[in-house]
Write a protein that binds this ligand. Structure first.
Ligand SMILES: *Cc1c(COP(=O)(O)O)cnc(C)c1O
Length: 368
């Protein structure tokens, strides 16, 4: 069986370095808010070309705490609207509703699966304060267009970069376009820790300070609390793991792109739409997502032929029980995407033989 993702082999590439880093932390006697986190934050800021990185507990917290910080800073208030793609992973939306802000779901572009600038523009009302683009599957949203809209309407931009570490347009990376950006380092992400982890990047000094305080019980200074904060911090051990992984991320991305290229050059099937790849640097292929109206049949066929695939995501947020108030809303493009997408195995360690074998099998798929 070719697994969808083999994390064991992925991390085994760097086993010696990971063990050395873990040992360093264990032996240091210091496990929270120490030198590893500080060093990772600097290294990740340098990688993204932002002034600040604030380590937090996970990607959801990165988004939630950023919106919360803007509320504390008086830039947002309850009831303000946040424009977000309707086909995103639920976490982007949870961050909005957790803050009692109002998600305004907009249809994505059916070619890129990312936020469609025209639909963003049409959704703007006088209550709109934030645009939250999601760089879905690893491809950067159309940030030049989105930033231009935000500027024209004086809106804040929070990128959800959980799937797009290292993706760039015109040399400008995910995390450095918006006013702030949330990253996840969940183990399966392109930059994955060995447990939960996340970060916010920003070049806004005040925002960075407020987020840092909010994630530390609302405290800038020991035993002094400015806000009713939470405990959401990046652990030393995960920061140490991430420092190792960050050193290799560009090589890992290149390996993912090589797999994507082999799929794109090899797969030739009348009922399959391949992913759009705007330019070499724009996509880091966190996921390789194809689309077909015989999705369930193809997934079963692949499984019967020893290939595991996944669906990202089977049910859109507006069809989830958690948001039953949206049940009657219609998002036809979003629904087509959720009915038709299938994610093929991709990782830095899948072999050329495995990839070409999947290509051959897909091209022999007869369907109904
Ligand atoms: C993974 C993910 C998140 C959430 O990150 P966690 O670290 O799992 O909390 C948010 N948004 C998107 C698009 C994601 O893929």
């Amino acid at each position: 069986m070719t697994p969808f993702l083999d994390l064991k082999t992925t991390n085994a590439q760097y086993r010696d370095e990971l063990v050395a880093a873990a040992t360093r932390v264990i032996d240091s006697g210091w496990y929270v808010q120490g030198t590893e986190v500080k060093a990772f934050e600097q290294e990740f800021s340098a990688y993204c070309a932002t002034k600040h990185t604030i380590g937090v507990a996970n990607g959801l917290d990165a988004l939630t705490l950023t919106l919360r910080a803007w509320k504390e800073m008086g830039k947002l208030q309850e009831g303000d609207e946040v424009i977000v793609p309707a086909n995103t992973y639920i976490a982007s939306i949870l961050a909005i509703t957790e803050n009692r802000l109002v998600p305004v779901l907009v249809e994505p572009d059916l070619v890129t699966y990312n936020l469609c600038p025209k639909n963003v523009e049409a959704a703007i009302t006088e209550k709109t304060r934030v645009i939250l683009p999601v760089h879905l599957y690893g491809q950067l949203a159309d940030m030049p267009a989105i930033m231009a809209i935000a500027k024209r309407h004086s809106l804040l931009v929070l990128e959800d970069s959980a799937q797009a570490h290292g993706a760039s347009i015109n040399g400008k990376k995910a995390g450095s376009w918006g006013d702030a950006s949330g990253f996840s380092f969940y183990p399966g992400k392109n930059l994955g820790a060995l447990g939960d982890a996340g970060a916010v990047t920003t070049s806004d000094d005040e925002l960075a300070q407020v987020i840092r305080a909010l994630g530390n019980y609302g405290s800038h200074k020991k035993y002094e609390n400015l806000y009713q904060g939470v405990n959401s911090r990046l652990d030393e051990i995960q920061a140490a793991m991430l420092r190792v992984k960050l050193r290799h991320i560009d090589k890992d991305i290149a390996a993912r792109r090589a797999v994507a290229k082999a799929y794109i050059e090899g797969i030739n099937h009348p009922s399959i739409t391949l992913p759009d790849w705007q330019n070499e640097q724009s996509h880091v292929f966190h996921l390789f997502v194809i689309r077909t109206n015989q999705r369930n049949e193809l997934q079963q066929y692949l499984l019967d032929h020893d290939v595991q695939s996944l669906i990202h995501y089977p049910l859109p947020p507006h069809k989830q029980h958690a948001y039953s108030q949206w049940e009657t809303l219609n998002y036809p493009i979003t629904e087509i995407i959720h009915d038709q997408v299938l994610s093929l195995p991709i990782s830095p360690v899948i072999t050329t033989k495995q990839t070409l074998d999947i290509v051959t099998k897909i091209n022999l798929f007869k369907g109904n």
